[in-house]
Design a protein around this ligand. Structure first.
Ligand code: NAG
Ligand code: NAG
Ligand code: NAG
Ligand code: NAG
Length: 483
């Protein structure tokens, strides 16, 4: 294992330090250490549908400011399918969609015999969300506090909990009002202040669908988002939070340009009487009627060169989109820029997303800035599931099992943050080993002490030893290795 870490590119000492951090910072119940709370605040912001290259299209001074003062990742491979609900849940769980269970914006669960649609109150049924545990729940269970301004799932009771502070979804609430709430929650008195906040905004997704990403009118929309980011920064500064709160600005997916010439009409190939249409273009979930799987598949598989048709069991491995009953027996994936409909009376959009997550057009922006992050650092690539272990590291929370890797993204963090520093650490650009050596010495001393202590206990009270051993051998470190 250590081998893999070393090949991952961090120096041995740094690696060991990273692996020890969770030990140092968690008490025996996995709770957060109180004196780290102040410096490990985190606000995660999603501008829905903000494609990675939008920041280069028009002047975006506020994004630029964050990049200069923080980090940026050029290429973020998000989760399949590249839709809103699946990807927002991946960001806060570190799981592929097949594992967290929000596999689409529109779903059918044959076991629950229920449908889920982003457009209805079905999203408030907890059962859809409980195949995973979102970060806000984990933080609260560890004694921290969280606040959510309309992140998908954040107004649903999940494993018995809502965020400590949250807003019920209301598309008419302005960005500025959402920000006001976020600021209020972070600046509350110490015991009530949130450690982790999530903030969601519907644009530029809505405009991207309506206008198409290539429309020159999108320039204004993108500039407008940069202004919104500027508003958020100003409010953080005014509240004295800008230097304290780590700010991550990202998105769920990108946007591709469509054309009314590139339409696939399923009615031409297979009768509607043979199947139920579950999820929409561009990755359509098809539920064939009882006994009709082969017939429907046979009619679709070679029907149109601009779509790929998969039986569930042959969906390509790298999508990690197979092992869930909510993934339909047949899925149709349109080629980039193509739309699948039943017939042309279906509404048509000029922009869409949902396609293959390796397409550049589907990928989101990623910038971050704050006391835990390096400055003026550009990284080539990451997976969006890596964000979860990174956020857990910033918040000193033990991550639940997930599909990300902290070591893939640890270089985004400032090397000199330590959990025991009482105030904001000084900025240095080179790696400093002092805290590492300090931590190691501390750990060695504690271990030495334990060995002596246990020997004493062994001699004195044999019965209690078994219990103690069991505790000691809990694979705390091992768990943290499986990032
Ligand atoms: C599933 O629910 C529908 C109503 O929503 C009902 O008509 C149908 O019988 C149910 N199917 C099963 C297998 O329970
Ligand atoms: C949604 O937000 C708007 C604007 O803040 C407000 O006027 C409206 O009452 C809200 N709706 C609900 C149902 O809370
Ligand atoms: C398309 O399907 C709808 C039913 O959803 C039907 O009413 C309409 O006549 C169809 N249009 C064409 C052109 O086939
Ligand atoms: C993703 O992580 C979950 C939780 O650890 C695990 O059950 C699942 O097998 C992982 N998926 C892949 C493709 O590794």
């Amino acid at each position: 294992m250590l081998h893999r870490l070393l090949r991952g590119g961090c120096s041995p000492l740094l690696c060991i330090w990273v692996l020890l951090l969770p030990l140092v910072s968690l008490n025996q119940h996995g709770h957060r250490n109180h004196n780290v709370r102040d410096q490990s605040k985190l606000l995660l912001v999603s501008f829905d549908g903000f494609r990675w290259d939008y920041i280069d299209r028009v002047p975006t001074p506020n994004f630029r400011k964050l990049i200069d003062e923080g980090v940026m990742v050029e290429q973020v491979e998000n989760a399949y399918i590249t839709k809103t609900f699946p990807n927002h849940y991946s960001l806060v769980t570190g799981l592929y969609t097949e594992t967290h269970g929000i596999v689409a914006n529109e779903m059918y669960d044959p076991i629950l015999n229920r449908s889920f649609s982003m457009e209805t109150d079905s999203i408030y049924d907890s059962r859809w969300w409980e195949e995973a545990v979102p970060l806000w729940v984990t933080i609260q269970k560890a004694g921290g506090r969280s606040g959510a301004a309309m992140w998908p799932g954040s107004d649903v009771k999940i494993h018995g909990m809502f965020p400590n502070q949250y807003l019920r979804y209301n598309a008419s609430m302005s960005f500025e009002t959402r920000v006001e709430h976020i600021i209020k929650w972070f600046s509350a008195p110490k015991e009530e202040a949130v450690d982790f906040g999530v903030l969601y905004w519907e644009e530029p997704d809505e405009s991207g669908h309506r206008l198409g990403p290539q429309s020159p009118q999108m320039d204004v929309v993108i500039f407008g988002i940069d202004q919104k980011l500027g508003f958020l920064i100003d409010e953080l500064v005014k509240a004295g939070l800008y230097e304290k709160v780590n700010l991550i600005v990202t998105s769920d997916h990108g946007m591709a340009q469509l054309s009314p010439d590139n339409i696939i009409e399923l009615d031409q190939y297979v009768s509607r009487d043979l199947y139920t249409w579950v999820d929409k273009s561009p990755v359509v979930g098809i539920l064939p009627n009882q006994g009709k799987l082969e017939e429907v598949y046979g009619k679709l598989v070679d029907a149109n060169p601009n779509m790929a048709v998969f039986k569930k069991e042959s969906i390509p491995e790298h999508f990690h989109y197979q092992h869930n009953v909510r993934i339909m027996p047949i899925i149709i994936e349109a080629k980039e820029g193509w739309t699948v409909v039943q017939n042309r009376s279906s509404p048509f959009m000029l922009g869409n997303h949902g396609y293959d997550n390796t397409l550049r057009s589907m990928q989101p922006v990623f910038v971050a800035r704050g006391p835990s992050f390096r400055r003026n650092y550009v990284k080539t690539s990451m997976h969006s599931v890596d964000l979860y272990p990174l956020m857990c590291q910033i918040l000193y929370i033990r991550p639940l099992p997930n599909n990300g890797s902290l070591l893939n993204v640890i270089d985004l963090l400032s090397p000199d943050i330590t959990p025991s520093t009482p105030s904001a650490p000084p900025r240095v650009t080179s790696y400093s080993y002092a805290p590492v050596v300090g931590s190691l010495l501390g750990v060695v001393m504690v271990l030495g002490f334990l060995v002596v202590y246990i020997r004493q206990v062994t001699l004195k009270q044999l019965p209690s030893l078994k219990h103690r051993r069991r505790e000691m051998s809990q694979p705390l470190l091992q768990e943290d290795l499986h990032l």
